[in-house]
Design a protein around this ligand. Structure first.
Ligand code: URA
Length: 304
């Protein structure tokens, strides 16, 4: 029997989703995420120039068969019964299972890139991070890759995902003001994120997702070759400085981000603009950090 919910009940459900960070539907039709992503991936034929017709849809069994399925990747009779899995259209991958293999692949692709453009191309083609399937855009970078200053945030949010550029939302506007305070803008700074795809609902990226994306941002830093790096917020500092210390302890002191090639880039961890929007009293700390950055850049320019 179809049950209709009242307008108030629907409003409560939507409010619950909003509070839980669910701010957009991912697909027009519901998809069965209970079947493992690996099994879904196995069922996807590689693209061909003339697409094969979709496989014949097996009839929904009325009773559970006791015969083993011929294709171990195909849904079993039990799957049909439990999940009502009826593929009425070709299945496209909606997830990647994070594992060590994807980290190794990301590392190999990152290492192969000889320019930032090549790196961006490799990242666009990389299918090993599940975040790319829910994000609209690859958010690679903004600003001037020739700049002596590079800033790295955590991951794109909704506005960044829509525009395909890092730090364009409210925290980006504050970041622009922070840069202006030390005489910089996006023509004299290069900006990227540790994670280039927006996590759904802005959730925290998992450690596996972070490890899969790490080779890309490390190579991006290596290729951009800034004189000074600024990490924005705790997650970025933890990844790029390989530390578990919190950002309030780390900020304000010079550290080194060591590239794969062994180059130590002077790095200033500072507070994330989104945190500063919530905690404006700490803006003075970030201001101090940026003055350090300005002085260091001046010192390095004078010495070169
Ligand atoms: N927060 C980040 O860490 N990065 C962005 O690009 C936007 C918000």
């Amino acid at each position: 029997m179809v049950k209709f919910l009242s307008r108030d009940a629907l409003r409560d459900i939507l409010a619950f989703f909003r509070e839980a960070g669910v701010d957009e539907p991912l697909d027009e039709t519901p998809s069965n995420r209970l079947l493992s992503a690996a099994r879904l991936a196995q069922k996807v034929a590689p693209p061909t120039t003339s697409p094969a017709p979709p496989p014949a849809v097996p009839a929904m069994p009325r009773a559970v068969s006791d015969k083993p399925a011929a294709d171990p990747a195909a849904p079993s009779a039990e799957d049909h019964e439990r999940f009502a899995f009826v593929p009425d259209r070709p299945v496209t991958p909606t997830a990647a299972v994070p594992d060590e293999g994807q980290v190794l692949l990301a590392r190999e692709l990152a290492r192969k890139a000889r320019t930032l453009d090549e790196l961006r191309d490799h990242m666009s083609a990389f299918e090993g991070c599940n975040l790319r399937y829910t994000a609209k855009s690859l958010v690679f970078a903004d600003g001037n890759p020739e700049a002596d200053l590079m800033l790295v945030g955590e991951a794109p949010g909704r506005d960044e995902d829509i525009e395909g550029l890092p730090f364009v939302g409210r925290s980006g506007q504050l970041l622009d003001r922070m840069l202006a305070a030390i005489g910089r803008d996006r023509t004299s700074a290069y900006i990227a994120n540790v994670i280039p795809w927006r996590p759904p609902g802005n959730r925290t990226p998992t450690p596996q997702e972070t490890e899969i994306c790490r080779p890309f941002i490390e190579r991006q830093i290596e290729l951009a070759n800034p004189k000074v790096l600024v990490t924005l917020g705790g997650p970025s500092a933890k990844v790029l400085l390989r530390t578990t210390d919190g950002v309030l302890r780390l900020r304000g002191g010079w550290k080194a981000h060591v590239t794969e090639g062994g180059v130590a880039v002077p790095t200033m961890p500072t507070l994330h603009p989104a945190y500063l929007l919530r905690t404006p009293a700490h803006k003075r700390l970030a201001w101090r950090d940026l003055l350090e950055v300005k002085a260091k850049l001046r010192e390095l320019a004078a010495g070169s």
